[in-house]
Design a protein around this ligand. Structure first.
Ligand code: ADP
Ligand code: MG
Length: 140
């Protein structure tokens, strides 16, 4: 297995409920290292750019409203098999389908307010990291 990087977001439903630290603890316990992190509040144009591939989906408009409704924490995670490992720790998209002990099972509110984002492929990770961080902000 290779050392990979992936883009993680702690979503507005989780920052609102003060769950940032608890979520980071889960990621770290799984062997993922936070090598870059910042708390930001997206404008509509930021969310639209990030979720571009979802444009046209029935949930897209509401997703943009949700992702700009409060602060988020964007992170670069690094570790062995980081992309798949993060998806495993996150759990399935809809919290009702997520496995026991996953972030989305324990903290997710519903299909939309599911507390976290994680890149789903090496290509997506590269693109999403570049969208959210300058090279100099990724400090290791
Ligand atoms: P994931 O975040 O697990 O990669 P997707 O890429 O399919 O899931 O969707 C992106 C985000 O859009 C989800 O995390 C969720 O917030 C929202 N979303 C996806 N499908 C739905 C849906 N059917 N209803 C409401 N929100 C959804
Ligand atoms: Mg996705």
């Amino acid at each position: 297995m290779a050392i990979e990087r992936t883009l993680s977001i702690i979503k507005p439903d989780a920052t609102e409920r003060n769950l940032t630290g608890q979520i980071i603890a889960r990621l770290e316990a799984a062997g993922l290292r936070v090598i870059a992190q910042k708390r930001i509040w997206w404008k509509k144009k930021d969310a639209k750019k990030f979720y571009e591939v979802h444009r046209g989906q029935p949930y897209y408009k509401d997703l943009i409203v949700f992702m700009t409704s409060g602060p988020i924490v964007v992170q670069v995670l690094e570790g062995e098999d980081a992309i798949a490992k993060n998806r495993e720790v996150m759990g399935a998209t809809n919290p009702v389908d997520a496995a026991a002990g996953t972030i989305r099972k324990d903290f997710g509110v519903n299909h939309q307010k599911n507390s976290v984002h994680g890149s789903d492929s090496p290509e997506a990770a590269k693109k999403e990291i570049a969208l959210c961080f300058k090279k100099a902000e990724i400090v290791g």
